[in-house]
Ligand binder design. Structure first.
Ligand code: NAP
Ligand code: MG
Length: 405
């Protein structure tokens, strides 16, 4: 390595370590691509399953509280325990999803965006820029109440108010059997979602699209539309205009048609169900889960960066058996660069922002020059491809990074 003065940091990043193959990658990224160049300051929380179990999951709560305090976190993928994991790790309890716990504490919205490289062509080839999906993570059909209804029955919505009075609407008079469903959402949650979306649009200088079915759902979906518009007009309009970015509202079916015809390059804010469905559609169309980044943004501007994929368990078991792995570290690496760039912006450390940019550039360049892990090698349209192992890939990035520094 050439003589390089390490980049200083002032505020620590909250570092949330994780499980299995991504825990292996985590350490490699730090050792090979970060520690030689940055005077890395982190406040370390071990969210690996053993330590979550040892602390009765307190470490997850502590890491989220630290994120609130410092403002930026980077998280490794973690196991969400199921019955098999309880046995495998001899857990005291089937601990809840760490991501769910952290999201609840930060009241955050998750934004997912693909990393685009030449040679991996999206199934929709006109998508030359990333489409970032933001999914509202509260309510609607995910917190529904459902019933089967027998024949000759009347179903009603009833709201009992604080003063005891009731408001009723007939849903349907059933002559023959059927089903009903009760949905709800909360103004406060919709407003948090709207603010997280507008903040993220400002932070990434991208347009934001939002869509509902307000022509059919004149009260429920219309409430989402109104809250977004009120918050936009009162708090964001001026800043959007001065940056030259746009808030665009349309009907959900029109949005889908426009998305397919678009070239990408915007944020698509989705209601909970739309986000569930569309995020899988968009991720698949861009080609690889291993190239999908994810960031949790709170309405007051706190950021937690991670990869969208899980702990890559199958590769980890190969690794444990001493076999060579070829696991793609791009999304985990971009979690680090995203967090370092944000920390640099907040603390006014230009060198840190510049380093994050160059590290991303070096990693994209590596793949575009044909050096890639097995998952990408299987889909790349480049002529000359060298399939490399997990660590070799990071070393190949380091060579290119050194040339850029
Ligand atoms: P996964 O870890 O995302 O992996 C599923 C498959 O996708 C892998 O077996 C692999 O396919 C491919 N893949 C994913 N990431 C890759 C990468 N970086 N490089 C190369 N290939 C990659 O999902 P899972 O196996 O269903 O879940 C494993 C654990 O992760 C579970 O315990 C789950 O709870 C957890 N999880 C955590 C998060 C999170 O922390 N955000 C998210 C999802 C899942 P091949 O095997 O065909 O190579
Ligand atoms: Mg889904």
């Amino acid at each position: 390595m050439t003589d390089f003065k390490k980049i200083p940091m002032t505020t620590p990043l909250v570092e949330m370590d994780g499980d299995e193959m991504t825990r292996i990658i985590w350490k490699m990224i730090k050792d090979i691509l970060l520690l030689p160049y940055i005077d890395l300051k982190t406040e370390y929380y071990d969210l690996g399953l053993e330590h979550r179990d040892a602390t009765n999951d307190q470490v997850t709560i502590d890491s989220a509280e630290a994120t609130k305090k410092y403002g930026v976190a980077v998280k490794c993928a973690t196991i969400t325990p199921n019955a098999a994991r309880v046995e495998e790790y001899h857990l005291k309890e089937m601990w809840k999803s760490p991501n769910g716990t952290i999201r609840a504490i930060l009241d955050g919205t998750v934004f997912r965006a693909p990393i685009l490289v030449k040679g991996i062509t999206p199934f929709i080839p006109s998508w030359t820029k990333p489409i970032t999906i933001a999914r509202h993570a509260y309510g609607d059909v995910y917190k529904n109440v459902e019933m089967q209804v027998p024949a000759n029955a009347k179903a009603e919505l009833v709201v009992t108010k604080e003063d005891g009075t009731e408001e009723r609407r007939v849903i349907h008079e059933f002559a023959t059997p059927g089903v009903i469903q009760g949905l709800h959402n909360i103004d406060k949650s919709i407003a948090s979602f709207a603010r997280a979306c507008f903040n993220y649009a400002l932070s990434t200088k991208q347009d934001i699209w939002f869509a509902t079915k307000d022509t059919i759902s004149k009260t429920y979906d219309h409430r989402f539309k109104d809250i977004f518009q009120e918050i936009y007009d009162a708090e964001y309009k001026e800043r959007f205009e001065s940056l030259g970015i746009e808030y665009f509202y349309t009907l959900i079916d029109d949005a889908v048609a426009r998305v397919v015809r678009s070239e990408g390059g915007y944020i698509w804010a989705c209601k909970n169900y739309d986000g569930d469905v569309m995020s899988d559609m968009v991720a698949t169309a861009y080609g690889s889960l291993a190239m999908m980044t994810s960031v949790l943004v709170s309405p007051d501007g706190i950021y937690e960066y991670e990869a969208a994929h899980g702990t890559v368990q199958r590769h980890y078991y190969k690794h444990l058996k001493g076999e060579k792995t070829s696991t793609n570290s791009m999304a985990t690496l971009f979690a680090w660069t995203g967090a370092l760039r944000k920390r640099g912006e907040l603390d006014g450390i230009d060198a840190l922002v510049d380093f994050a940019d160059k590290l991303e550039k070096a990693s994209i360049q590596t793949i575009e020059e044909g050096v890639m892990t097995g998952d990408l090698a299987a889909m790349s349209t480049l002529d000359h491809i060298t399939k490399v192992g997990t660590e070799e890939f990071l070393l190949a990035i380091r060579d290119r990074l050194e040339a850029l520094l």
